[in-house]
Design a protein. Structure first.
Length: 186
């Protein structure tokens, strides 16, 4: 083989490697976008770029794999459902207290499922692996609850927060109501 042939062979091998790397990255991006949905774009904004966001999302998945997340027993589901109905019923008379209780109840359900109870941002990240559609609303509900603690949220904000908490709560309990039914998703 001549020197020119060796150079051409090396260039072909490098070109194939580059194409394979681009293909694999594109495939990884598609898989992450598909799995995380709106959380993917949230991560891109949070980490300042696609590459860093994808590394963070992959790290979340790896961290999640080490956790022992499990479904709730029927008894636990009934217990949490009963507590949720109390929280929801109290909303009419005391919306701020109801939101605090909803936040606490969601946290208790997460703990019962096996999620570690660290600071809020880490909880949201852990949740995003299993509940990528609901985590955006969980963050919004938490933000409204924080605004309420400062006296900056109105009743409509609190109503939205309760609906957001309910969506995640139902997902944690694996209880899904048909759209339009009592207690159904809005």
């Amino acid at each position: 083989m001549t020197t020119t042939g060796i150079v051409i062979l090396i260039c072909v091998v490098v070109a194939i490697a580059v194409v394979a790397m681009v293909f694999l990255r594109k495939r990884r991006t598609q898989a992450l976008r598909s799995h995380f949905g709106p959380e993917y774009q949230h991560a891109v904004r949070e980490y300042g770029g696609q590459s860093k966001a994808e590394e963070a999302l992959l790290a979340r998945q790896k961290r999640r794999e080490k956790l022992h997340i499990h479904p709730l027993s029927d008894v636990e589901k009934e217990h949490f459902s009963a507590k949720w109905h109390e929280v929801q019923a109290r909303f009419v008379d005391d919306p701020p207290a109801s939101i605090r209780e909803a936040d606490t109840l969601v946290t208790e359900a997460m703990l019962a499922r096996g999620y570690p109870m660290t600071e809020f941002d880490h909880r949201a990240e852990d949740l995003s692996v299993d509940h990528p559609q609901e985590v955006k609303n969980y963050r919004a509900a938490h933000e409204i609850a924080q605004r309420q603690n400062k006296g900056e949220a109105n009743t409509e904000d609190l109503r939205r927060a309760l609906v957001y908490y309910r969506e995640l709560f139902d997902d944690l309990l694996d209880v899904h109501h048909p759209v339009g039914s009592q207690g159904g998703r809005r």
